[in-house]
Ligand binder design. Structure first.
Ligand code: F6R
Length: 234
């Protein structure tokens, strides 16, 4: 894995944007996207650029069960606010958190991923090492699935909600097997809360205890970490 240490989230977002630009120049057409606080500066750079996505496809990693795009805590809403309202794509795919049949929705989303192989995947990382919402203990072989969010993930994401009890307890997430099929992966990590997870990802054994460690098995991963997130690595 290639590691870039950057001063802060602003520089990290800029670096990720430059990698995206290179990928597009190289022909990338399908983009795997993440939500949360980590990719915000990346999206700012993309929005302020001259890049055109009108013939491009996006596929998001995950969505909360029970929330639809009108809910301002849904990931669909986040993507509209941070990217899609400014940069129209040919198609935007996210799991449907309001699907009446979650088993069918999971199958549908696997079909979407199979039909649109991802060229460039942006990832954040949880403090517990999760990627997407693949929590510790999740098999590396799973594709899209319904996840019971770990207590630490619910606590971490409570900052976006009025009360911790408002945080959905489940999400639909792309699986690790699907993430690993992306041609290129760029993982961003900012802040002290990510330092242990970044160390486990880069220097620890490949283990489901730290889901991001599986990225050691992928041939094209770039990690962009600020000083704090990189503070425990050699
Ligand atoms: C978001 C996602 C998650 C986040 C991770 C970090 O789509 O899949 O894995 O990337 O929870 O979240 P933040 O960036 O809010 O620290």
């Amino acid at each position: 894995m290639q590691v870039f240490k950057v001063a802060d989230q602003a520089e990290g977002g800029q670096k990720a944007y430059e990698l995206l630009r290179e990928a597009i120049n190289g022909g990338a057409k399908t983009f795997g996207l993440a939500t949360g606080s980590t990719p915000v500066t990346f999206y700012e750079n993309v929005v302020n650029s001259d890049l055109d996505f009108s013939d491009k496809t996006s596929i998001n990693l995950d969505e909360y069960v029970g929330l639809d795009g009108a809910n301002d805590q849904s990931y669909r809403y986040f993507m509209n606010e941070h990217l899609f309202n400014f940069k129209p794509f040919k198609e935007n795919f996210l799991p449907n958190g309001k699907a009446s049949n979650l088993d069918e929705e999971v199958k549908r989303y696997d079909g979407v991923i199979d039909a649109h192989p991802i060229d460039f995947q942006i990832l954040g990382i949880g403090g517990n090492g999760h990627i997407g919402f693949n929590e510790p203990g999740t098999s590396f072989d799973v594709t899209t699935h319904v996840v019971d969010l770990a207590p630490e993930t619910i606590a971490a994401n409570a900052r976006f909600f009025e009360n911790e009890s408002d945080v959905p307890r489940q999400a639909i997430s792309m699986g690790i097997a699907s993430i690993l099929k992306s041609k290129q992966i760029v993982l961003l990590a900012f802040g002290k809360a990510k330092a242990e997870a970044v160390k486990g990802m880069l220097e620890g054994p490949v283990t489901t205890d730290c889901p991001a460690s599986v990225l050691q098995n992928h041939a094209n991963v770039t990690v962009i970490a600020d000083k704090e997130a990189a503070s425990l690595i050699k």
